[in-house]
Structure formats: structure tokens, C-alpha cells
Design a protein around this ligand. Structure first.
Ligand SMILES: Cc1ncc(COP(=O)(O)O)c(C=O)c1O
Length: 413
């Protein structure tokens, strides 16, 4: 059928195919969840004109000349220089027969996880945090299943959940992470998985503290079958301790990416998890990409093994922390409240997010309107602070104050 065409009614198709109307309705619903059709009931079910993969946000690059505080990525100046490591790569090409995961990287990953009190008996190597999340979701869930997600959440996660025909159930968050009572509500609705950002929450800049972690663990304990997916996308540069809720759970994965700490182009994440989840992830991976390029695995292993790297990562984490604080303080000078305890972003609640983003663009700043990150939560803007030094934060804050409260001209009565 082509775009715009109307599907037969559920009843008509059920009669024609001699199946129950419930079966046809379920099939139509699966098409709807995948974004292939829209409408239902008396209005009829119509084939979508839009592409089958709907994404919340296609962010065009900021207009030339704008200061780019929109991207959410690390400051290139804070990443270890690649060149010395590239020079040390072995000249011998890898072969099909090589072990999928490099022993040196596995060993370093296990040491890191254990150092953070995260069980490291089963580890996989995947192509970034989002790839790991997708693989764990695929390993356990079916189309139509509910996934509890933080609200607001990283657009990549929301788009991924939709693309897998899963249903996102928003969980309210504050600076210390998801609210325990709201997680409980979402799990009671039947959520099969929970995607948590323990630190460097994107876009809100939240991070779990010990008290909230204990509350969340208690809620999760009543739902032992739920798959817990912890997205540690910023890892060692998050500027907050590594906290896990995974202890004692049956199905879980903690995906630690090197994208923010060593560079987004490395496309490497290490994933700790329960034996079944890790085996399913690796098994499926071995049928598709087979393994993460050994060249990339070797580069990450070299960087992690290098005695100079901890200082580089500390400096990055400290720099991001002071940039977050500088912006929050500069905004406070203008009476603007902002949030950001961890990571690369500061979140500023504003009533008119698109209007504020446009007004800031007119003043030379590219920032993100929060709409694509939200389900039910209140509007705001996301400012990536990774490349915003404190000198510039003051100018930014003054411009934002004007954009939020445009100067009105006095009117004569
Ligand atoms: C919360 C969150 N998860 C995952 C990612 C993507 O990470 P990766 O590059 O490792 O796939 C991002 C990127 O900004 C993110 O903000």
C-alpha cells in the first residue's frame, strides 16, 4: 500500500482473513507503534507519509558564525592527543580468527569496574553507549514493551526506544536522579526495562547521590525481572562518583563509553552486566558487526594503560565542573536559576524554549531548545558548557537574561 491509503477496518480484514479481530487489531497496533500508520477506530488507519523511522530531532548544524553550545560533546582540547597512540599501533592486520575482545582492554575495563564496586565477571565491548543500550534492549524486550526512561532524557535514547517499537514511560527526575515514587509508578505500569543515567544526566546535568540510589534500589527490588540499563556515557569526566544500582539484580548492564573522555569518534564502550545479558549481547554482535575494530580497542587500551591519562581526565573533569559552576553563578547574578551538577550540560528552565533559543541565535549563541528531550517535564534550554570558559559565561548570561525577558518599550497610556 502507498502513503495516504486507508487500511481495511479491523473487522473487515478479520472476516476476510478468517482470524480474530483481536489479532488484526494487534497487528495494526504494531504498525502504529513503529510509525508506519496513524489513526484508528472510525477515522480509519492510514499509511503514513512520513519515513518509517521517526526521530524527535534532526539537529541541523548551527548557522555559520554562531558560538556552538548546542552539541553536547566534549571540548576537543580536553581529549588526549591521538597521534602518539596511533604511532604505536601494531602494523599487523587483524584476522577473522583473532579473539573478538582484546585481552588488554578487557583487563583494564574489569579493573575500572571493580574499582567502582561494579561486578565485572561478564564484560562485552560495544560501539558506544547507545549501541550497548540498543543491544541490551534487543536482548530482552519485544515491540510494544514499556521502557521507563528519565524525563527529560537524551534524544538518542528516546529515538532508539521508539525505533525499536518500544513504549517510553517517563519518570520524573531532579538533580539527584529519578524520583523513587515515580519510578515505582512506571514499574507498576509494567515497564520491562529502566534506562538510568547515573551521572552526567543529559540534558539536566543531574547525578545520583547515595541517598537517592538507596531509595531507587529499594523500589527496583520489588521488580526483580526488570532489566536495569545504566548509561555511563561520560565515564571518568562526569565530575560525579560512579554509583550503580545493579548489585544483586538478575538482569542488568552498565555501559561505560569513552566518547566524552577519550573522544566520540573512538566508538568504544565497555559493558559490564549479568552473564546472560552479556552473552546475548555478544552473541548477537558476533552475527552482525562481529566485533568492535581491534584498532579502536587497542587505542583505548593504550590510552587507559598510559600513566599520563588519569591527569588528562582529571583536568577535563575539573574544567567541566568549573565551567558548569561559572555559568550557573553568572546566571544567578541575573536571577536565573539553572541546574548542572555533573557532565557537559547546564539546563535552564524557561517558559518559551523555542523563542529563547531563537533570540539567543540572534545574539550569536547556538543552544538547544529542550522540546526534543522532554515527554511530560517542564520546558527549558540545554547549554553545553564544555567549551564555555567563565569569561564568556558572563556575556552568555547577560544575553540570556535579555532573551528571556526582552526589554519592553514603555508605553504611554
Ligand atoms: C545520556 C547519553 N547517552 C549516550 C550518549 C551517546 O554516547 P555514545 O557516543 O557512547 O554512543 C550520549 C551522547 O551525548 C548521552 O548524552
Amino acid at each position: 500500500m502507498s502513503a495516504g491509503e486507508r487500511l481495511p477496518t479491523v473487522r473487515a480484514l478479520a472476516t476476510k482473513l478468517r482470524v480474530s479481530p483481536t489479532t488484526v487489531a494487534a497487528a495494526y497496533n504494531a504498525l502504529r507503534v513503529r510509525g508506519l500508520v496513524h489513526g484508528s477506530g472510525r477515522r480509519g488507519t492510514v499509511v503514513n507519509r512520513r519515513p518509517p523511522l521517526l526521530t524527535r530531532a534532526v539537529f541541523p548544524p548551527p548557522a555559520p558564525g554562531l558560538r556552538n553550545l548546542a552539541e553536547g560533546g566534549p571540548d576537543p582540547a580536553m581529549l588526549p592527543k591521538l597521534k602518539p597512540y596511533l604511532a604505536r599501533l601494531e602494523g599487523i592486520q587483524g584476522r577473522y580468527g583473532d579473539a573478538e575482545n582484546r585481552a588488554a582492554l578487557m583487563k583494564l575495563a574489569a579493573r575500572q569496574f571493580k574499582g567502582d564496586a561494579i561486578a565485572a565477571d561478564s564484560i562485552a565491548i560495544v560501539s558506544g553507549a547507545l549501541d550497548g543500550i540498543e543491544r541490551v534492549l534487543q536482548a530482552h524486550l519485544r515491540p510494544g514493551d514499556i521502557v521507563a526512561v528519565e524525563d527529560p532524557s537524551y534524544t538518542g535514547v528516546l529515538d532508539l526506544v521508539a525505533a525499536l517499537a518500544l513504549v517510553a514511560e517517563p519518570v520524573a527526575i531532579d538533580d539527584s536522579g529519578p524520583l523513587a515514587a515515580d519510578l515505582n509508578r512506571a514499574l507498576k505500569l509494567g515497564a520491562k526495562a529502566f534506562i538510568l543515567t547515573p551521572r552526567a544526566q543529559n540534558p539536566s546535568g543531574g547525578a545520583l547521590d547515595r541517598k537517592r540510589a538507596a531509595e531507587l534500589r529499594q523500589v527496583l527490588a520489588a521488580f526483580p525481572e526488570v532489566v536495569l540499563i545504566e548509561d555511563d556515557h561520560a565515564g571518568q569526566v562526569a565530575g560525579a562518583p560512579a554509583i550503580t544500582l545493579s548489585g544483586g539484580r538478575a538482569y542488568w548492564a552498565m555501559v561505560r563509553s569513552v566518547s566524552k573522555s577519550l573522544g566520540p569518534d573512538l566508538r568504544v564502550s565497555v559493558m559490564a552486566g549479568d552473564a546472560l545479558t552479556v552473552a546475548r549481547v555478544q552473541g548477537r554482535q558476533s552475527l552482525g558487526p562481529r566485533w568492535v575494530s581491534h584498532i579502536l580497542q587497542d587505542l583505548v587500551a593504550m590510552m587507559w594503560a598510559d600513566g599520563a591519562t588519569p591527569a588528562v581526565l582529571h583536568k577535563a573533569a575539573d574544567t567541566y565542573a568549573s565551567r558548569r559552576r561559572a555559568l550557573i553563578e553568572a546566571l544567578a547574578q541575573h536571577g536565573i536559576e539553572a541546574r548542572g551538577r555533573s557532565g557537559l550540560n547546564v539546563w535552564v528552565p524557561v517558559a518559551e524554549e523555542a523563542a529563547v533559543a531563537n533570540a539567543m541565535a540572534a545574539k550569536g549563541w547556538a543552544i538547544r531548545a529542550g522540546e526534543s528531550y522532554r515527554i511530560k517535564s517542564a520546558p527549558g534550554i540545554r547549554v553545553t558548557i564544555s567549551t564555555l570558559p567563565s569569561e564568556d559565561a558572563r556575556k552568555f548570561a547577560a544575553d540570556l537574561a535579555e532573551s528571556i525577558r526582552p526589554r519592553t518599550h514603555a508605553q504611554s497610556a
